[in-house]
Design a protein around this ligand. Structure first.
Ligand code: HEC
Ligand code: HEC
Length: 351
């Protein structure tokens, strides 16, 4: 063999190793993409029991590829007027109190909370009580009012209940901007559909009643540092750094969050601050018990005698009678909800 052939053979040997290396790298990348970093490598897997409950190997399809809001750059395609109206709408959702709160620059018609306090990231957060389905599903019939509600009526429901205030004039620049923003968020949503991740997640009900006493202990450990011992939150100028959970400046007893299922589903995937559907920090039980505690504390009342004109359509966790079913107000407020849901199912079938 001459020197050149030897050299060539050595190079080929090297190439073989190189190719083998690439193949091994390729398949291990594939493995990690498919199944994640193996447990024996990943330290992150060593967690306490509670977190493990949420990190089962097959992800819940309701948390995969959830809907998201249109990107901001698309606003540049609109006319200046359209763009500014949408941006004003978003501003009103994020900083409602600055414009419409007790010391607002435009009007004084709310309790000082911002829409964003409950509609996280200006209503753009998946499972954060977002507005993705507003443009696509309203006007729609709502059993609470017993009528077909426009988007403006639904917005005003929150002004009158969640913000314990007065309705906004539907022809006002502010209402028009809020509606323009909601239409923008729903730009790509097909009419009549509800995208995945819209609104509030519906947790499975517990097989016991939710427990306000347990809820209080969890509140003290995980919520009180921000929302305060008296539940009144912390105000900074016109807006809350930490909004109130009960007391005279909180939502009233006709509001959506006053129903335990809404409260539990909201806090499970949004609280303590920073938690999301991808990084929840509460167990389902904790979320339900917190809901029972917070909604047992004093808050403003609303005259809701006109609500639910058909009493058979009251949801299982509507805490005010009379009911079409034989269960008490107490059970409708705290549960166990399973028997109520079962009764409702059986009686809707027999009709
Ligand atoms: C205290 C919490 C809270 C605040 C503050 C709040 N909301 Fe809501 N909002 C809710 C809850 C809870 C729901 C869902 C209620 C339900 O499904 O029964 C809701 C629902 C809505 C919906 C209907 C969403 C849908 O897909 O059907 C709109 C629109 C809305 N809110 C607008 C607003 C606006 C605008 C503001 C500010 C002026 C506001 N909300 C402030 C709690 C709040
Ligand atoms: C680190 C501070 C912090 C902690 C801890 C925290 N929150 Fe919040 N919470 C907030 C802030 C800030 C908002 C308003 C969100 C926004 O404007 O983006 C909020 C909003 C809320 C709301 C809706 C608005 C309202 O006032 O009704 C509820 C309900 C809520 N939190 C419940 C809880 C519960 C229950 C816990 C305990 C598990 C908790 N929070 C822990 C900061 C916190």
């Amino acid at each position: 063999m001459d020197r050149e052939t030897k050299q060539l053979l050595r190079w080929m040997q090297l190439l073989k190793f190189l190719i083998l290396g690439i193949i091994v790298l390729f398949f291990s990348t594939l493995y990690v993409l498919q199944w994640g970093i193996p447990a024996w490598i990943s330290e992150g897997e060593i967690t306490n029991g509670e977190v493990k409950e949420d990190s089962v190997s097959r992800p819940n399809p309701l948390f995969v590829q959830v809907w998201t809001a249109p990107s901001d750059w698309r606003l540049d395609r609109l006319s200046k007027d359209q763009r500014e109206e949408i941006q004003y709408g978003k501003e009103l959702i994020s900083h409602t109190a600055a414009y419409l709160g007790p010391n607002g620059t435009v009007a004084h018609l709310s309790n000082g909370m911002n829409c964003q306090n409950c509609h996280v990231q200006a209503g753009q957060q998946p499972w954060g009580n977002n507005y993705f389905a507003v443009a696509s599903t309203y006007p729609k019939f709502r059993a609470r009012s017993g009528m077909v509600e426009s988007q403006a009526k639904r917005v005003n429901d929150c002004f009158e209940r969640s913000l314990n205030g007065r309705a906004l004039d539907t022809t006002s620049r502010e209402m028009q901007a809020i509606l323009a923003y909601m239409r923008w968020l729903g730009s790509d949503v097909k009419k009549g559909t509800v995208p995945k991740g819209s609104g509030i997640f519906k947790l499975a009900v517990l097989d016991r009643a939710a427990d306000p006493i347990k809820g209080k202990t969890i509140y003290q450990a995980k919520c009180q540092s921000c929302h305060q011992e008296d539940g009144g939150g912390l105000k900074n100028g016109k807006e809350y750094t930490y909004p109130p959970l009960w007391g005279e400046h909180s939502y009233n007893d006709g509001a959506g969050l006053y129903r335990l299922s809404n409260f539990a589903g909201y806090v499970k995937y949004n609280m303590p601050l920073g938690a999301t559907y991808e990084t929840p920090q509460l167990t389902d039980e904790e979320a339900w018990d917190l809901a029972a505690f917070v909604n047992s504390m004093p808050r403003p009342k609303k005259d809701i005698q006109q609500d639910w004109p058909k009493i058979s359509e009251k949801p299982f966790d509507h805490p005010f009678g009379p009911y079409a079913d034989p269960f008490s107000e107490d059970q409708h407020k705290f549960g166990p909800f399973g028997p109520i849901q079962k009764w409702k199912k059986e009686h809707s079938k027999s009709k």
